[in-house]
Design a protein around this ligand. Sequence first.
Ligand code: PMP
Length: 360
Amino acid sequence: MARKFNFSAGPAMLPTSVIERAQAEMLDWNGSGMSVMEMSHRGKEYMSIAARAEADLRDVMAIPDNYKVLFLQGGASSQFAMIPMNLVGDKQSADYINTGMWSKKAISEAKRYITVNIAADTSDSGFTTVPSQDQLKLNPDAAYVHYTPNETIGGVEFDYIPDTGDVPLIADMSSTILSRPIDVSRFGMIYAGAQKNIGPAGLTIVIIREDLIGKASAGTPTMFDYATHAENESMYNTPATYSWYVAGLVFEWLKELGGLEGMAAINKRKAEKLYAAIDASDFYANPVAIHARSWMNVPFTLANPELDAAFLKGASERGLVTLKGHRSVGGMRASIYNAMPEEGVDLLVAWMQEFERNQG
Ligand code: PMP
């Protein structure tokens, strides 16, 4: 059985060694005589799995002690509502930076609850860049500033962390978390759906500074209040137990690999190889400003879109799958998250070069 190189934007590849470990432990976790899927979330075995995963994530990301790590459900999309409900407090409004499709979704959901001030908007560029710090029109009285460090569809990534002074910075890191080291203390809150760099779908991670918890607006549902989950170690209700366990295996894998420094070096190399191949050719193109190019999601188009189907077919024959671009962008998109081996990128580059030569 040959595993494919799966360039899906998410759910995405997991490290093979992680899946093998889950397989080995599938029927009988650590002599418990049970699969992790069958365990009570309140039993001592599962509690040890959950605690270990949190400790490893804290270690890998160097999360300061005054932050809570929550293991929630509902996807990053639920956070689009939970954030305004929990964080607007006594303020009237929040600042949002609009850099693409996912920012827009966060903005339209927030508008249902609060006044949204657009601090910057790169739609004029077709969402192919990020605003610079001095282009941000920040309101010092905002409850928080929300942005999307990596736009999964546009392939646009911030190359800096916005400075928002005393206003808490909130980041949707769904498609970039764990791709490189970050200074968590710069953020009020970080959140991410698991299904790209963390583990299986069904789990959403929230890393939140403690002083931001406990200010939910009146009427916030119990399950949508961060305090509920913070006070109950993310076990107020039944969490996504199996996804949490697999995420823990991914965190262990990251530690073995040298943590986020090690991961960043590999990710940078993979991305540079792919962009170099695109830039070296007149046949392939990526529209994103060089400084704003994502390490994780690399959209590219072929000079003639009529060749897309043939490109995808040949790729698939070489084990390179799920390269079709998002319907809003067209062309191709190679998502090269942490678990995509460098070999997958090398094979993709080789196929791109071969395909181009065959056109000539
Ligand atoms: N934000 C970003 C940046 C994403 O890439 C995605 C999923 N592709 C989401 C939010 C939505 O995540 P979920 O499907 O977990 O709700």
